[in-house]
Design a protein. Structure first.
Length: 196
């Protein structure tokens, strides 16, 4: 990829698609579906995600969708919805957050509504994003971080071939205000060529 001094000029696909999963930027019209998924997952997400209670109404989520669209255009955060490729049902969220365009480093995050858990949708989404980062955006590093007690998130990183780098002990607080540790996984181009 040719180096561009302005991230806004870096081309990004309108969508990423696998056999079962469609990833695309959120639109204002997605607000009701996104709110319904967050509401379904609220108790499940609360221990891990501090943002869940910022979505109290559809209007809160509409504002979120518009902010995500603006961040996508600015390339400051690349939030995507995870949709069922066949039905277009909103399943959860993912993205490459706080991209470092100079280093070409990206952190993948994800969540899925409880009724969609255990079907491999998140794993497919992570593979799509990893491919985008390393094959099209010349990433030098792709990272996944998760709470040390979040077994499902850890397994997603491991199944996708990410390398465990270490544990950041007591590096942040839980939503209940207790110290929490974070697992750090990464892929660099050399790792990716072994797994792809």
């Amino acid at each position: 990829m040719v180096h561009r001094p302005h991230p806004t000029l870096i081309p990004l696909p309108a969508e990423l698609r696998s056999e079962r999963v469609l990833l695309r930027p959120l639109l204002e019209d997605d607000a009701e579906a996104v709110f319904a998924a967050i509401d379904e997952a609220r108790e499940h997400l609360r221990p891990w995600m501090d943002w869940v209670d910022k979505h109290q109404t559809v209007e809160d989520t509409r504002d979120y969708c518009l902010r995500c669209a603006a961040s996508w255009l600015l390339r400051s955060d690349l939030t995507l919805g995870i949709f069922d490729a066949a039905s277009s049902v909103y399943l959860g969220g993912t993205g490459m957050h706080e991209p470092d365009w100079t280093l070409r480093s990206f952190e993948i995050g994800y969540w899925i509504r409880p009724t969609a858990e255990g079907h491999g949708f998140v794993g497919e989404a992570v593979r799509l994003l990893t491919g985008l980062a390393l094959e099209r955006l010349d990433a030098r590093r792709v990272e996944i971080r998760c709470d040390a007690t979040n077994e499902r998130s850890r397994r997603v990183a491991e199944k996708a071939g990410f390398v465990y780098e270490g544990t950041l002990r007591n590096d942040s607080l839980t939503t209940a205000g207790e110290p929490r540790s974070t697992l750090v996984f990464s892929l660099i181009p050399e790792d990716y060529t072994r797994f792809s």
